[in-house]
Ligand binder design. Structure first.
Ligand code: HEM
Length: 485
């Protein structure tokens, strides 16, 4: 019996994926299959987490190193049929008890005997050496496991219950035995009750994802449509494939970052700095400040369409909640910040009309999930974080430089971006922009005085490090990576 054998007593009761109102709908299995046929996308060969971009109910990340190449490869080959595919994850009836996906770092591929250059220098060098480039204050706050290059891979397990995940992990562990060492585990889950789908600051997440041509059957109005090769290597739109080995086709680079969020400190900042527009209470002014920092209200409604008051009905309507591009006829896109600040998180990371038309290249599929507990009453009262919590950030792309790295370094951390604004200089992304631990200025947050700079002395999001991984296709695992070499 395979150690991946599904335990009869550990059954999934609901979908592995959650779908709060306002997030794009899961493609219907038949529609996804039909769309994939037109572009010959083999959804049974693509790991499930890559294209779907929806929130999981519970998820655990198991980071490991490989001790015994030969045994590891034998066991991976025998267990590969249990790696969850896109076809399975997209269909609640076909979903296994727990999703199992696997991805390898550059050193992990080497530990398996593969020294091929995947034509992505961020992946080859690993994330640790890029800490300063990404704006991290150093690596002292990095989780020890991520310091250096010791992580060879990560298993991603997701389900609707932690018991099911743990039972599945016990089976995976039994399969690999001493051929791997579990280095570090991060447990994550959707937040409780009506906060499901919201990240720890309280904002609905996972609303704007690129529609993938050949997979997303019905893109929503305003949704960017990208070629599959922006996410999958070797597909139409992947401009680096010529320099990659053929087995890399249908895989994707997985950027992992453990991003700690200082929630009580963030809330205090909002409380202390309400935007006192006429007609707003201080509480409303604080909500507005948070909304302008993100570019969306906590409900998910975009400030570009709801600039002063939240609009929960708009937030819940996927046909409208992405249908904006910051431009309005008769208004100057280079100077107008009455609706959305240039520095807002969603404008910095997806500049829409501010940037080249359609912006086909700088897209990522985000598959992150909140980790660790809700803010305690003690932490809220003290306005101080005592327990690490945040976002287990996961992003898929075929080119880390054009994807995550551009979004973080060239956009969120670059004060002049978005370029070509007449005045003032936008400043840092107030949510994820980073300045190597030094304070960050942000302009445009106050609609009555867009020149007013806010000086953020606290990083509300702090990096605890991560790694760059490659999530190979199932056939690459069975036919190439596990071959005896
Ligand atoms: C703890 C850290 C983070 C938090 C709290 C956060 C929060 C959010 C929220 C609330 C949204 C709006 C909802 C949505 O459109 O899905 C969003 C969108 C987005 N975020 Fe983040 N995010 C974080 C980290 C990052 C990082 C590190 C990146 C990339 C470097 C990133 C890239 C994006 C992108 C591309 C969008 C979609 C923008 C759009 O298309 O409108 N986020 N994020």
């Amino acid at each position: 019996m395979s150690p991946f054998h599904r335990h009869a007593i550990h059954r999934r009761k609901s979908s592995i994926l959650i779908q709060p109102q306002g997030q794009p709908e899961l493609p219907a299995p038949a529609a996804a299959a039909a769309a994939a046929m037109t572009l010959d996308l083999n959804l049974t060969n693509i790991q499930g987490d890559i294209l779907i971009g929806m929130k999981k109910n519970k998820e655990k990340f198991f980071f490991f190193s490989i001790n015994d190449r030969k045994i590891f490869k034998q066991r991976l080959k025998s267990g590969a049929k249990f790696i969850t595919t896109t076809t399975q994850l997209v269909d609640v009836n076909k979903q296994p008890a727990a999703m199992v996906n696997v991805a390898f770092s550059q050193t992990g591929l080497q530990a398996m005997g593969f020294y091929h250059f995947l034509n992505d220098f961020h992946f080859s060098g690993g994330q640790f050496r890029e800490a300063a480039e990404l704006g991290d204050p150093g690596t002292d706050q990095w989780v020890g496991t991520f310091r250096g290059k010791k992580v060879h891979g990560v298993f991603l397990l997701a389900s609707d219950s932690t018991t099911v995940i743990d039972a599945e992990w016990a089976a995976v562990n039994q399969l690999f035995g001493s051929s791997i060492t579990e280095l570090y585990t991060l447990s994550a889950e959707a937040r409780p009750g009506d906060q499901a789908g919201h990240e720890h600051f309280g904002f609905l997440d996972g609303i704007s994802q690129p529609a993938i041509n050949g997979f997303t059957a019905n893109p929503a109005p305003g949704q960017s449509i990208v070629a599959p090769g922006r996410v999958l290597l070797g597909r139409d739109g992947d401009e680096r494939m010529l320099g990659r080995p053929s087995w890399a086709k249908d895989g994707s680079f997985l950027v992992f970052r453990q991003l700690k969020q200082l929630v009580p400190e963030f809330n205090k900042f909002l409380r202390d700095n309400p935007l006192l527009l006429p007609g707003l209470t201080p509480e409303q002014g604080s909500e507005l400040l948070g909304a302008r920092m993100v570019g969306r209200w906590k409900s998910g409604a975009p400030v570009d369409l709801a600039p002063v008051f939240d609009d929960p009905t708009l937030a819940q309507d996927p046909m409208r909640n992405n249908n904006f591009d910051f431009s309005y006829p008769g208004e100057d896109l280079a100077s107008n910040q009455t609706r959305c600040p240039f520095s807002a998180h969603i404008r910095k990371t997806a500049p829409r009309a501010d940037f080249r038309s359609g912006n086909p290249e700088h897209h990522i599929v985000r598959a992150g999930i909140p980790y660790d507990p809700e803010v305690s009453t003690g932490e809220a009262a003290a306005n101080a974080t005592q327990q690490d919590r945040g976002l287990a950030f996961v992003a898929y792309q075929s080119d880390i430089d054009e994807g995550f790295h551009t979004l973080q370094q060239r956009w969120a951390n670059t004060v002049e971006f978005v370029h070509n604004k007449t005045d003032p200089t936008p400043g840092f992304d107030p949510i994820v922009g980073a300045n190597n631990g030094q304070s960050r200025f942000v302009s445009g947050l106050d609609p009555s005085d867009p020149d007013r700079d806010f000086n953020l002395v606290v990083d509300f999001v702090q990096s605890r490090g991560g790694e760059y991984f490659f999530s190979p296709s199932i056939s690459a695992i069975t036919d190439v990576l596990t071959a005896d070499i």
